[in-house]
Ligand binder design. Structure first.
Ligand code: ME8
Length: 513
């Protein structure tokens, strides 16, 4: 039987920037979903990569005194290095400068052209290189410094050049009908409403080629024109499925199940992209989720403020899995979040060390000290045992639901409710007292705790793969897919020497608080 497929993507990042926590965040969310779906038996394709064309990258290369291609070769590697450091399990890493991508862009262009949605004209208007986006004059504001800016704060410049246009205006009604027929296409809900009202307010045709520079995919049969970088970039999602080769191994992955993006680029994904695809006769993706924005200690992250959080340094400082956990637990996915030292310390020291770490340590340490390191066989289960085991068993369906709506924080909160219940259970059942009064009952309590830990560890692998693998080692559990949840842990098995799972985060030297 064909396993159900799951295709998840991240934005492809501009190579002009060094990777920061914002980039790590989106790809982490995709990684967790990809891992979750694989453990749940799905056939997964998880894609990330780099966006290497356009004026912004061309300028960044020039500023380094380099030609664009060697520049992008060099900086694209930073994003690969981030993926390795973050433990991302992406199945492919696409670069828009690859030949496979040129082929897909050219074919998409030809199909849109054949559909009658392209015409040649002259563009005159405002362009923000930083956003690689066109703005209406009415959207821009001239600041006190005399600089005209887009609503994003990016300076705009006047562009006048021959250009190909995409008949976006003709797609307004079809897009609205599409949103209507697919209520889950854009999430969260508030963002969906914003997109729908933007489209309702009227769409203008979109300039989709540039002639004043050359760092892009050449427009077929139209010398001097390179494709607008967003048309080029969005196409990466179909390129990676092998398109237009219908016989490619990955052809069956289109349409993508989920494009994960930041809220800054939702419009490109939820308006332009489905219009381009439908024009070319391709299915739109199934869903686009726009998450919120990270600030740092209440401030916008910026190079000039010098407060950009370097994920490599954070991994080094707090550990990879705690860092992954923090990013997804701290903020409801979809909302804006603030990266604070206090928040980090609370999540690491309370949620991880005190709650989860202690549960494991109390259980496994007790078995090591009092049971000769052998997990006891359970006796008959009492109702308290069954209640805890049922709470742990209800986690899989619950987490499936939360993952299906990308509510990572809620999936984790559900797991923590079980962790807290298990800590309360151990306090109530007091195995240290049972050791003398009722060793049989003590064994059942310890087995119940070990089985609860096993379930938690299996289910939390997507978020903390390394640490959960160590916990499963300590439980001597080898079967780790979600299908193994059904088969309880074996009693009578020798367990390895337990080791602490998490360490506390000390206060930063020189920082008060
Ligand atoms: O927009 N908080 O690339 P980009 C949360 N190349 N997420 C953040 C963030 C922050 N402070 N800063 C960045 C582009 N991100 C295009 C995409 S896709 C076909 C082309 C994340 O390098 C977030 O996912 O500017 C945002 O959408 C993305 O980085 C923008 O990355």
């Amino acid at each position: 039987m064909q396993r159900r497929r799951f295709y998840v993507t991240t934005p492809i990042y501009y190579v002009n920037d060094v990777p920061h926590i914002g980039h790590a965040y989106t790809t982490l969310a995709a990684d967790v979903l990809a891992r979750f779906m694989r453990l749940d038996g799905r056939e997964v394709f998880f894609l990330t990569g780099t966006d290497e064309h356009g004026q912004k990258v061309e300028k960044a290369a020039a500023a380094r005194g380099m030609a664009p291609k060697p520049f992008t070769d060099e900086v694209s590697a930073n994003f690969r290095a981030l993926a390795a450091a973050m433990g991302f399990s992406n199945d492919d890493f696409i670069r828009t400068t690859e030949p496979r991508h040129y082929r897909a862009c050219e074919e998409l262009w030809r199909r849109i052209h054949a559909a009658g949605d392209l015409y040649l004209g002259d563009y005159g208007g405002w362009y923000a290189v930083r956003d690689e986006a066109f703005y209406r004059e009415s959207e821009t504001v001239v600041g006190e410094d005399g600089v005209r800016r887009a609503p994003t704060g990016a300076p705009v410049e006047w562009v006048k050049e021959p250009s190909w246009f995409f008949r976006l205006s003709a797609w307004q009604e079809r897009l609205l009908a599409f949103y209507d027929a697919n209520p889950d296409f854009i999430a969260p809900e508030a963002r969906r409403n914003e997109v729908v009202s933007f489209v309702r307010s009227g769409l203008e045709d979109l300039s989709v080629s540039r002639t004043s520079f050359s760092w892009g995919v050449p427009v077929p049969d139209s010398p001097g024109h390179v494709m607008y970088v967003w048309l080029d970039a969005l196409t990466n999602y179909v390129t990676a499925t092998g398109w237009p080769d219908e016989t490619s191994e990955r052809a069956g992955f289109w349409p993508a199940d989920l494009h994960l993006v930041g809220k800054d680029i939702l419009r490109f994904h939820a308006v332009y992209w489905p219009a381009f695809l439908m024009s070319a006769g391709l299915a739109p993706p199934r869903r686009v989720f726009a998450h919120g924005w990270w600030t740092v200690e209440g401030q916008k992250m910026s190079k000039s403020l010098g407060n950009v959080v370097d994920p490599f340094a954070e991994i080094e400082r707090v550990g990879l899995d705690p860092f992954r956990f923090f990013l997804l637990r701290e903020v409801p996915f979809g909302a804006d979040g603030d990266y604070t030292e206090e928040g980090l310390r609370r999540r690491l020291n309370v949620d991880l060390a005190n709650e989860f770490g202690n549960l494991a340590q109390r259980t496994l340490g007790f078995i090591a000290r009092n049971c000769g390191g052998v997990l006891p066989m359970p006796g008959e289960l009492a109702s308290a045992d069954r209640a805890l085991l049922e709470a742990a068993a209800s986690l899989l369906p619950r987490m499936r639901e939360e993952m299906a709506r990308q509510a990572f924080h809620a999936a984790l909160e559900a797991a923590w409710a079980v962790i807290r219940e298990a800590n309360a259970y151990i306090d109530r059942e007091a195995p240290w007292a049972l050791r003398r009064t009722d060793p049989g009952r003590m064994g059942t309590v310890l087995w119940t705790l070990a089985e609860t830990l096993r379930r938690l560890a299996i289910l939390l692998q997507p978020v903390m793969p390394g640490t959960m693998s160590r916990l499963l080692d300590q439980l001597a559990v080898t079967e780790r897919g979600f299908d193994a949840l059904e088969r309880p842990i074996a009693g009578g098995v020798a367990l390895p020497e337990p080791r602490p799972l998490f360490r506390k985060l000390e206060e930063r030297p020189g920082k008060g608080g």
